[in-house]
Ligand binder design. Structure first.
Ligand code: G3P
Length: 226
């Protein structure tokens, strides 16, 4: 399972890419708004220049013709751009048109297998079930990820499932177990994923044991800069 960062924050994106584990980014109008009153196009272009893989950015129109017009414009911004289209009836229509023009679509705000069936049939490159928001209303978000992943695999469809609306580290490994191709994670969750108290205790114990016998002797005297 690949990892994308779910943010529009440049510093966080730079750090994720620097770690070598982030191969894409997803944004939405709420995430972009968190960055203040920015120039949308400039911000997205900057993100696209930092990230090695797909960068999803969302349309604002709600009717198919508006979505298509916005998506055609957004698609010109960078080679690695993916246009987020909501899983509405108008979104299905827009996705069908855009897919035929080879514009990559991330079929977003997906909450059911039926919505995913339509997104895949329309030719979406990615489908994004929102796990956390389903959990919020007492449904099982990860079950929807599992069902979509099974369906895409069974019919050998090229569409990939992005587990989105990830809220905590447990969602990450559950997404992998459910067969998601990708999980898009908030920066905070990315940092939480590596945390384990036994790792910290282990590092300290190894260092203390070494020091007791070897003192400050190191393998190389001046560690090289990365
Ligand atoms: O990837 C979708 C995500 O941005 C939505 O997350 O936490 O607002 O449900 P959330």
């Amino acid at each position: 399972m690949r990892l994308f960062l779910d943010t529009a924050n440049i510093e966080h994106i730079r750090h994720g890419v620097e770690l070598g584990v982030i191969s894409g980014v997803t944004t939405n109008p709420s995430l972009v708004s968190k960055e203040g009153k920015v120039n949308y196009q400039e911000l997205v272009k900057k993100i696209c220049s930092i990230v090695p893989g797909p960068v999803s950015t969302e349309v604002l129109s709600q009717d198919a013709s508006g979505m298509i017009a916005e998506a055609r414009e957004i698609a010109k911004w960078a080679d690695n751009i993916v246009v987020k289209i909501p899983a509405s009836l108008e979104g299905v229509k827009a996705t069908s048109v855009l897919a035929k023009e080879n514009i990559k679509v991330n079929f977003t705000l997906c909450f059911s297998l039926n919505q995913a069936l339509l997104g895949a049939a329309a030719g979406a490159t990615f489908i994004s079930p929102f796990v956390g928001r389903l959990d919020d209303i007492g449904e099982d978000g990860m079950k929807v990820v599992f069902d979509i992943a099974q369906f895409l695999c069974y019919y050998e469809l090229p569409t990939q499932v992005i587990a989105a609306s990830i809220r905590h580290p447990q969602h990450c490994f559950m997404a992998a177990k459910a067969g998601a191709h990708i999980a898009t994670v908030p920066y905070k969750v990315l940092l939480q994923m590596i945390q384990h108290p036994l790792t910290d205790i282990g590092i300290k114990r190894f260092t203390d044991d070494w020091r007791k016998v070897m003192g400050e002797k190191r393998i190389i005297e001046t560690p090289a800069k990365l």
